[in-house]
Design a protein around this ligand. Structure first.
Ligand code: MN
Length: 210
């Protein structure tokens, strides 16, 4: 398994550094895939995933986002966020391979994955935390990025202090412990990026009756 940094121009990443000063844990593993392999996964995900425009109910009104999403898992889990429920599709070959790689890299296990496709820097994600009731409480969320580099930011819910980092092509970030309880995160829109980014967030869903 490759976990060395394949990019000669990249600085070595400290995988043991907690990027949050308090009340949560975020590790950035840098590029866990070399450029060639990351390009392969980007193309495979763009063509094999069942991408759909996202729907949400905001102030009682149904909206459809430009960003596309998809939801996969080891069982047909139902997952509700922004008041819309989705049923997980079975793992594709690439998603199952990626799940194995990141489980080994970060020492956690996952049973589902929410994918987002941002077509350009115009598309982003507003401040939120991933605290839905279907998710394992304080469970790790592993975020794999392919495509355009984008800034990713955290904001403490009480003190409002912020932390941000750049998520590279083929990189892995893990949020765990009380991060979702105490911090918001967002993907700020930017006019500087004109190419797509695919983001995979591996999660653990808790569901009764499955
Ligand atoms: Mn999120």
């Amino acid at each position: 398994m490759k976990n060395v940094n394949m990019n000669l121009f990249d600085h070595q990443v400290d995988k043991t550094k907690n990027w949050l000063p308090k009340d949560g844990t975020v590790y950035y593993y840098g590029k866990v895939f070399g450029t060639h392999e990351a390009n392969h996964y980007l193309n495979a995900l763009l063509t094999t995933i069942d991408w759909r425009h996202d729907e949400a109910i905001i102030f009682g009104k149904k909206i459809i986002t430009k960003r596309k999403v998809a939801w996969y898992g080891e069982k047909p889990f139902e997952y509700t966020y922004s008041k819309v429920t989705k049923k997980a599709l079975p793992w594709t070959d690439e998603l199952f391979q990626l799940k194995k790689v990141i489980e080994k890299e970060c020492g956690e296990t996952f049973n589902s994955c929410l994918l987002n496709l941002y077509h350009s820097g115009e598309e982003g994600m507003a401040w939120h935390s991933d605290g839905e009731k279907d998710l394992k409480k304080d469970g790790a969320i592993a975020s794999l990025s392919f495509g355009a580099e984008r800034k990713f930011a955290f904001k403490h819910k009480e003190t409002k202090e912020t932390v941000s980092l750049i998520l590279e092509h083929g990189s892995l970030l893990v949020m765990k412990d009380t991060t979702q309880t105490n911090w918001l995160h967002r993907l700020p829109p930017t006019t500087l990026v004109t190419t797509p980014r695919v983001n995979l967030t591996f999660r653990t869903i808790i569901q009764k009756g499955l």
